[in-house]
Design a protein around this ligand. Structure first.
Ligand code: ATP
Length: 387
């Protein structure tokens, strides 16, 4: 187990710099189930106080297990969980200063909104007058004042979600843990509620740790996105870095919006790497910090919206950073045209380019047409091996 949490990567969103409570540190956190499954594998992670953190990954990657361990609903096999600097491994869920909001909201159908919200205080023996006062305070905070006497069955999905949120925050946690909080909502409500969750997190000023498998949800709400892969962290960074600078092929493919290509390193300059792909393709990319050697196979990514597509013509000599191919499909998306290609380089068989609408219609390409697609050197970045 690594106890040296000082080396963990820090994320300090400026807007949260003043927060002092709700910092979470995971050090060497591991969960092995009795059947031999390692759901969470030696994870180190730092979440600064007041951060909106999303744990993102495909089904089965260990995000719920990680959340449940932070909440105290699952016992780690190894490692430490620090909340505001104190190891809480031996503490009960109540003693940790955390609260959990569940996927299905877990509301009591026979209790009114007010009694649902006051329930946690009732369990803790808080006097009726005080708990109803507190319940009304948080019900106002989530803008459900007019519906406090209704039963959950008389509420919409979005309203039920707000009740669940009110119920989670009534005990004034420093860390709120949210397990797929938007998954029960339809598309329209999901977009609305994710904005509300983000707004509520800012207003409350507490740390949110939100589990989701939806990429756009994570990058829309989070200050820090933690992409998980088979129980490990593939990358933990700001949404912009996750989207624009995925570290590995796995992250690039999972987040989307990128074309990943491969080549063999044929030249190493101080500032650039030259790769050779199939069919004489030549790619030049900026040299990063990662070690790389001549002859090694390397993958790199270029954002879909940073590529250009033009009709192929004989006058074009072979230029670096160019894929040749045929247009397979065009999909109009309003602000851009999605151009899907079948490329000649078998290491990059499918390539998708987002061409801004005006640019596309100035010089359109058609389905079936031979095209070439290029990008500036600075738009490519090398990818590391899978973590
Ligand atoms: P999902 O998005 O589907 O909820 P997840 O990323 O949250 O997935 P977890 O629920 O944390 O994933 O599960 C991680 C791994 O641990 C999976 O392989 C799962 O099958 C396994 N697992 C979870 N709970 C148990 C258990 N009680 N016993 C054995 N294996 C388990």
């Amino acid at each position: 187990m690594s106890t040296d949490t000082a080396n963990l990567s820090a994320h300090t969103p400026e807007s949260h710099a003043a927060q002092t409570h709700g910092g979470v540190v995971l050090a060497g956190l591991t969960k092995r189930y009795a059947d031999g499954t390692t759901a969470v594998d030696d994870i180190d992670l730092r979440i600064e106080p007041g951060t909106y953190c999303c744990l993102l990954g495909p089904s089965g990657c260990g995000k719920t297990t990680m959340l449940r361990m932070i909440a105290g609903h699952e016992t780690p096999s190894d490692g430490a969980i620090l909340i505001d600097g104190k190891n809480v491994i031996d503490k009960s869920p109540r003693e940790r200063g955390t609260a959990m909001m569940f996927q299905n909201y877990a509301l009591f159908p026979h209790l009114s909104v007010r009694d649902n919200v006051a329930f946690a205080m009732r369990v803790r023996g808080v006097a009726k007058k005080e708990r109803l006062y507190e319940a009304d305070r948080v019900i106002e905070q989530v803008q459900l004042g007019a519906l406090a006497d209704r039963l959950p069955g008389q509420l919409s999905g979005g309203q039920q979600q707000r009740v669940a949120l009110a119920r989670a925050i009534i005990m004034r946690p420093t860390v709120l843990l949210l397990d797929e909080p938007l998954s029960a909502l339809d598309e329209f409500l999901r977009l609305q509620m994710r904005g509300e969750l983000r707004g509520m997190q800012r207003e409350l000023g507490i740390t949110f740790v939100h589990v989701t498998h939806t990429q756009l949800e994570a990058i829309a709400v989070a200050d820090q996105v933690v992409v998980m892969d088979k129980g490990r962290i593939a990358q933990s960074a700001s949404p912009r870095d996750i989207y624009a600078q995925p570290r590995t092929e796995y992250v690039a493919a999972f987040i989307g919006g990128q074309n990943v290509m491969h080549g063999r390193v044929s030249d190493l300059g101080d500032a650039a790497i030259t790769l050779h792909g199939a069919q004489g393709a030549c790619y030049i990319l900026p040299r990063g910090d990662a070690p790389v050697s001549i002859g090694a196979t390397m993958s790199f990514a270029v954002r879909r919206d940073r590529m250009r597509v033009t009709g192929e013509n004989d006058a074009m000599a072979a230029t670096p950073n160019t894929l040749h191919g045929r247009v397979r499909e065009l999909e109009y998306q309003g602000i851009y045209m999605k151009v899907s290609l079948v490329t000649d380089d078998p290491s990059a068989p499918g390539c998708v380019v987002y061409v801004e609408e005006n640019t596309f219609f100035k010089d359109p390409v058609a389905v079936g047409q031979r095209v070439r697609c290029g990008w500036d050197i600075g738009e490519a970045h090398g990818l590391a091996e899978r973590a």
